[in-house]
Ligand binder design. Structure first.
Ligand code: PKZ
Length: 152
């Protein structure tokens, strides 16, 4: 499988609980291209249940959208410069400035979740990303992110 966007984060930036490869207790979310959009897949462990055992905890859903959106913003910004993540030159990295999540229906446990990102727009320092999280082909949550370029 192709390298994920997060595989190109510097070691010092790889401690995120949601997506950092250097966080042994973390989720290790991996985001990749899906045509012009982005995609990640994740199967929650049973301890991430919500109010009832067969629904996913909303905080985990927000976390998955957060990490996928920030990684997607970085990838979109690279492509806007006709580059890919990991290419030569200064890495372009983004942090989440704002994330709105709509929980549209309960998210079932025990099913691989599909998280997708779509570029809405970008300017010099900001990227707006539309996000969805689906199970069994149904959108369970959607999100809107503003990611801001991290000044190294
Ligand atoms: C912190 C992490 C460090 C490590 C970085 C490594 C990076 C590579 C690895 C990534 C690892 C995985 C990441 C996973 C995703 C997270 O979980 S990231 C962690 C959660 N996010 C944070 O902790 C971010 C905390 N906030 C901040 O650091 C600062 O507020 C920001 C977002 C960098 C912006 O601050 P700033 O650089 O001083 O820029 P500022 O002028 O305030 O804002 C820039 C523009 O954005 C707009 N803006 C800023 N915030 C907002 C907002 N909430 N709503 C609307 N507009 C806003 C401003 O109005 C401004 O617009 P313009 O005037 O340019 O039109």
């Amino acid at each position: 499988m192709d390298a994920a966007f997060q595989d190109f984060y510097a070691e010092k930036f790889s401690h995120c609980h949601g997506c950092g490869k250097n966080n042994p207790a973390g989720h290790h979310l991996k985001s990749r291209w899906d045509g012009d959009d982005t995609i990640a897949r994740f199967l929650p462990k049973p301890e991430y249940s919500g109010g009832v055992p067969d629904h996913v905890y909303g905080g985990l859903i927000a976390s998955l959208l957060d990490c996928h959106g920030a990684a997607s913003a970085a990838a979109f910004a690279h492509r806007a410069q006709n580059r890919e993540m990991g290419s030569e030159g200064e890495p372009i990295r983004y942090v989440t400035a704002s994330l709105k999540v709509d929980f549209r229906r309960p998210t079932p446990m025990g099913i691989e979740l599909v998280i997708k990102g779509k570029l809405r727009s970008m300017d010099e320092r900001k990227v707006w990303v539309d996000l969805t999280l689906s199970a069994n082909g149904e959108v369970c949550a959607s999100g809107e992110m503003l990611a801001v370029r991290y000044r190294q």
